[in-house]
Design a protein around this ligand. Sequence first.
Ligand SMILES: [Ca+2]
Ligand SMILES: [Ca+2]
Ligand SMILES: [Ca+2]
Length: 192
Amino acid sequence: MTTQRLLMKIITTYLICFYSSLLHAESGKYDASKIVEPTPEMLKMTSAELFKEIDRDGNGQVSFTETNEALEYSPKHTKRKFAKSDRDKSGGLNFKEFEFRLTKTEWWNLSRETPEAMFNAADANQNGTLSKKEFAIFQKKEAHLDVFFNRADLDKSGGVDLQEGTKFINNEIFPSRKSKNIRKAKSKAKDQ
Ligand SMILES: [Ca+2]
Ligand SMILES: [Ca+2]
Ligand SMILES: [Ca+2]
């Protein structure tokens, strides 16, 4: 492993620990500028286990803030996703509504199978590379396809191989691994 890669790994691990400690220490005082991402334990949970984890007071409902703090937060999208999931407009999500909300959560959708299994299922012509069309199946969405495809195709070969695909999936699951977010966190630390 090169020094640079080792350093990146240390920074990433540090960021994950940092953000998840903030997430758990300060629930209630939610800061929307923080990166919300799953813990390794959350990635392995079933929907029922995750619901139990998020519904701390056990009243069978999770709130907008609770889903933002635990699942994901995006100023653009989470409000709409929550409203769409709250079918009975009660202001909270019961387990059934929560399961629907999970299907709108990217890290959830991308962690049900290994990247390799998703890659093999998407590679329709089995040539070991994903075309743009195959890549849409792989990442389970069509929106902004050009942007995501180009981001994943690191060597600009016009196709996404398994290594590129795996890296892409891991970056999508853990936003703190995205270089733009690492840069943001660094400049924030400098300002303080
Ligand atoms: Ca509801
Ligand atoms: Ca292919
Ligand atoms: Ca490539």
